[in-house]
Design a protein around this ligand. Structure first.
Ligand SMILES: Cc1ncc(COP(=O)(O)O)c(C=O)c1O
Length: 395
């Protein structure tokens, strides 16, 4: 491998939320940090070089976006997914979650409802509730093997409610790690078309796909589906540049592009920082080789966890994620309440994971582990969990 993803990392002093703000969310600051979704890995050198060049100019005034900025995103989509979009349909916003929040507010009326599929990335429910819209939940189905699928009967019931006008799809899915198949995407989008429900596809994870799986941008299914779908994405998860705080969304309908553009103008958040401007374009034009190696590293980390659990902690159930660098570990075999499991992880294992119930009540009994780090960090995390479970067995 050309890139070293196993370099020893200590992010204290990096103003890292994951490492240094940990005590705001967990019982102490010294837990092993495998929670929030950023990587303990340096980004691609091509991105660092682009930002260094900007840094060395020494002037960090307001920047404009050249057409090549948007074009680099459109070209990436065509190269990686075989899906051609017009760069003019793209908007830049300060983040995917801000875009979701703006869209919930602008695309639904006060008495309308928004559908999500749980367990799911927890800001999905908060952007709905905080914008005073009613939340409707289609729970995913989990089989004995921990494989999640869509409950289409319930999905249809939910979209058939005429007050449900918007569906926020997570594709690939955080936290259950599914990369939705073409049939699943087709069925969801056809039902949304049938019942006049608009779709926002959060595809922020679409570049982090494990070998053997293929992400299909839902909007690429047909012209009709494309016209019904707004897609949010960003290179931030892909290249570990979430701190740069920018993202894209594709708007097939010009009037909606304008509506969101005006809203970003009212909020006065229409510019990039000089660093996201050059960093994003470098990522999308020159970052592919780095990404391919990253995916091999992440795949290896997932295998490590799977084997560790199989050989040493039979109480846990886990399957390899198809996409994302998040693993969804089932601790329900320990028979603990959600509070007990949370405290067990923090006090006994001394590790910070995202508690499953944050993603919805049906996430109870699970913990989400972020494996985007050097291998030794995964080893340490798993060893801590094993030690705590050995002590629990002997109680
Ligand atoms: C599904 C999903 N959407 C959005 C985000 C965050 O996006 P942003 O930082 O651009 O708001 C995350 C971060 O983990 C995520 O998992």
């Amino acid at each position: 491998m050309k890139y070293n993803f196993n370099e020893k990392i200590d992010r204290r002093g990096n103003h890292s939320a994951k490492w240094e703000e940990i005590g705001n969310k967990f019982i102490s600051n010294d837990l092993w940090p495998m929670w929030i979704a950023d990587m303990d890995l340096k980004t691609a050198p091509v991105i660092i070089d682009a930002m260094r060049e900007k840094l060395e100019q020494g002037i960090f005034g307001y920047v404009y976006r050249p057409a090549s900025y948007y074009q680099s995103a459109a070209d990436w989509i065509e190269r990686r997914f075989g899906y051609k979009i017009d760069a003019k349909t793209l908007i830049n916003s300060p983040g995917v979650v801000p875009t979701l929040s703006i869209l919930v507010r602008l695309m639904t009326k006060a008495d309308e409802k928004v559908l999500i599929q749980s367990p799911v990335y927890y800001p999905f429910s908060s952007v709905v509730k905080e914008n005073n819209r009613e939340l409707v939940v289609n729970e995913l189905i989990k089989d004995e093997e921990g494989y999640y699928t869509i409950d289409f009967e319930d999905f249809e019931k939910k979209v058939a409610d005429e007050k449900v006008t918007l569906f926020i799809m997570c594709s690939p899915h955080n936290p259950v790690g599914r990369v939705w198949k073409r049939e699943e995407l087709e069925r969801m989008s056809e039902l949304c078309l049938k019942y006049n429900v608009r779709v926002i596809a959060d595809e922020i994870w679409r570049d982090i796909i494990m070998p053997g799986f293929k992400h299909i941008p839902v909007a690429s299914l047909s012209k009709e589906v494309e016209n019904n779908t707004i897609t949010c994405f960003s290179p931030t998860k892909t290249f570990n540049i979430a701190g740069l705080q920018a993202s894209f969304a594709t708007f097939p309908r010009e009037e909606e592009w304008k509506m969101v553009d005006e809203e970003l103008g009212r909020l006065d958040v229409k510019r990039n920082s000089p660093f996201s401007l050059v960093g994003f374009e470098a990522a999308y034009t020159k970052g592919e080789e780095w990404l391919e190696e990253l995916l091999i590293h992440l795949d290896g980390n997932m295998d490590y966890v799977i084997n560790f659990v199989k050989e040493r902690i039979p109480e846990i159930k886990v399957r390899k994620s198809e996409g994302t660098y998040l693993m969804w570990l089932d601790f329900s075999g320990l028979g603990m309440t959600k509070e007990e499991l949370s405290m067990f992880m923090q006090k006994e294992a001394k590790i910070a994971l995202d508690d499953g119930f944050w993603f919805g009540e049906n996430g109870t009994g699970f913990e989400r582990m972020n494996i985007a780090c050097p291998r030794y960090m995964v080893e340490e995390g798993m060893t801590r969990i094993e030690k705590a479970i050995i002590a629990w067995r002997n109680k």
